[in-house]
Design a protein around this ligand. Sequence first.
Ligand code: SF4
Length: 286
Amino acid sequence: MELNTELIDVLKTINKEKVICLLAPSFVVDFKYPKIILELRRIGFNKIVELTYSAKLINKEIHKQILENKKKQYICGNCPSVVKYIENKYPELKKNIMDIASPMVIMARFMKEKYPSHIIVFVGPCFSKKQEAKENKEVDYALTFKEINDMFLYAKKNGFYKKQENENKHFDKFYNDYTKIYPLSGAVAETMNTREILKPEEMIIADGIKEIDKAIMKFKENKKVRFLDMLFCTGGCVGGPGIISTETIEQREDRVIHYRDKSKNEKLGKNFGKFKYAENLSLKRK
Ligand code: SF4
């Protein structure tokens, strides 16, 4: 297994420095849980957290902003490709993108505050996060699932893969259960109880470029639409280009839902992420 020099450098950094992995919850499409946690620790990550906690913080903030200004139309800014697409193709709607950073950036900001000397590496299904990482100083590297899998193979052959005594196969702290479906289309609306604050006709959910264009047209034509929840890839992040799986979108969705359902029965205890941990954290987009 060959790795390009950039990835070899990242692997060496993970192996030598104190590094935190931010793992996107769509990992279950490509990897087994909890084996993935062991593999990440064995190539050198010190801490491994999911983005489920930042998703929970984002939900609360979206909920608050929608209630604060009942006249405004909002576009969820979780997906960096959607944000760039709107900035380039529909600049008149830039003002509608919520002033809330993405789950990756908020989780990185939160971890950087707690562990300022650690390097932050995002691992997920997305290429756009690479650009987003360059634009946000909180994230040092953004890797895809394909790249981390290649790294595992390279690390095993080249002495970077070390089993440890008393291995910890659990995520480190700041963990949440119900937001594990965030990589699915419509998950923001589903997990933040939108039904409490919006009527069905006030919200549009879309994924994939064709559906996004249609949704934006409806949003522009109908001022009663208050919230647009869109993900650029077909099916949402489970359809992201950095995913290895060749399963259908439905099969991938099933894996995410199964993982969420199983996690609901896990006793999270001290690993559970409470709102109060992030009371003073800025959630703002740059
Ligand atoms: S929908 Fe696609 S582009 Fe958007 S965040 Fe998910 S993987 Fe990235």
